[in-house]
Design a protein around this ligand. Structure first.
Ligand code: FES
Length: 335
């Protein structure tokens, strides 16, 4: 972990990964590594870093001021939806604009037509959907960090270019210049695909907005976590049991144990404040009830796992989730 960082997981040590030079995005180390090299090169672009820092300086305080706003939480997807809504919304403009290309390819009528036809309608609805997608993406972007934030910014900029191209396509289509509109629409979809690639990198490679504790289990049996005498009252304390990071908290003699890695993006909950038996993540402000892990404020959309505790021989012991018991096969008789 970086000194002073509130996030779990160590970044690569300096010099650990030999990335390509700034002027060489294609210093390919192998077919399976080109995407990593490309993203590392993008992340080193000075103008992208500067723009990211400036936008963060503007949007960060705005977000903090409105952190309790339910609309903001809903834009993430939040606890009501159970997962982020930005990826789902992004399917709409892609699908609608693909429909525009298909209609254009099938159109055999060379006569110029002004106004809005079926392809134009799809293009317009896609533009509206892209606007909503951009708003939810921008909201998610404000709770990203480091490289993810810069790659996310490039993802957003490319999508903005795609939106502009699609708008120009719609304008020329309504003016009756269909071949120009088709070309601009194809260019828009191409840029959208490039932006989508970066979005895929963020989710599938970096796990942005993915539940960080989805696979957390164990310890499989009662395991000593801390001597009872070493746990101060009303003070979040980080412990480890069989490799699982846990936050212990004792209030009026009642013990609480909750996974220490924030389900949103891996912040360490033990470094956040606790009030009314609710812990606030120090990274982006998600709040979790200590008793049951429920989210009372996003951006986290998944509850935080809680662990049962007991005290034995002066030790606080914890136990994690047990694997679901195997059910005997039902239905057809086995031969
Ligand atoms: S890491 Fe983002 S709210 Fe906890």
């Amino acid at each position: 972990m970086r000194p002073g960082s509130d996030q779990a997981g160590d970044p690569p040590a300096a010099g650990q990964k030999a990335g390509p030079a700034i002027g060489s995005p294609f210093a390919i180390t192998g077919l399976d590594a080109w995407h990593g090299d490309l993203v590392a090169w993008l992340d080193r672009l000075d103008w992208l870093r500067t723009l990211s820092d400036r936008l963060t300086a503007v949007l960060g305080p705005v977000r903090e001021r409105h952190q309790d706003n339910l609309v903001l939480e809903l834009m993430h997807g939040g606890r009501w939806v159970g997962h982020p809504i930005h990826p789902a919304l992004s399917d709409l403009p892609i699908g609608l604009w693909t429909g525009v290309m298909v209609l254009d390819a099938m159109d055999r009528d060379p006569a110029p037509r002004r106004g809005i036809d079926a392809a134009g309608m799809l293009s317009a609805v896609g533009i509206l959907a892209a606007g909503a997608t951009a708003l939810t993406g921008l909201t998610d972007w404000t709770v990203s960090d480091d490289e993810d934030r810069r790659v996310g910014l490039l993802h957003g900029l490319l999508n903005t270019v795609a939106l502009g191209l699609q708008g120009a396509s719609l304008g020329t289509r309504m003016a009756g210049r269909r071949s120009t509109a088709s070309a601009l629409g194809a260019a828009s979809l191409t840029v959208t695909a490039a932006a989508g690639y970066l979005g895929g990198h963020l989710v599938f490679t970096k796990g942005v907005m993915v539940n960080r504790v989805a696979w957390t289990v164990g310890p499989r049996r009662w395991t000593r976590a801390l001597q009872e005498a070493d746990l101060p009252d009303d003070s979040p304390t980080a412990v480890e049991a069989e490799g699982r990071q846990i936050m212990l908290y004792r209030h009026r003699g009642h013990l609480y144990a909750i996974d220490n890695i924030c389900s949103h993006a891996g912040g360490l909950l033990s470094r956040g404040p606790v009030a009314d038996l609710t812990v606030t993540c120090p990274l982006h402000g998600s709040r979790f009830a200590l008793a049951d892990g429920c989210v009372s404020r996003g951006p986290a959309s998944q509850p935080q796992p809680v662990l049962p505790t007991r005290i034995r021989n002066g030790w606080i012991e914890v136990r994690g989730s047990l694997p679901a018991p195997r059910r005997p096969a039902t239905g057809r008789k086995q031969p």
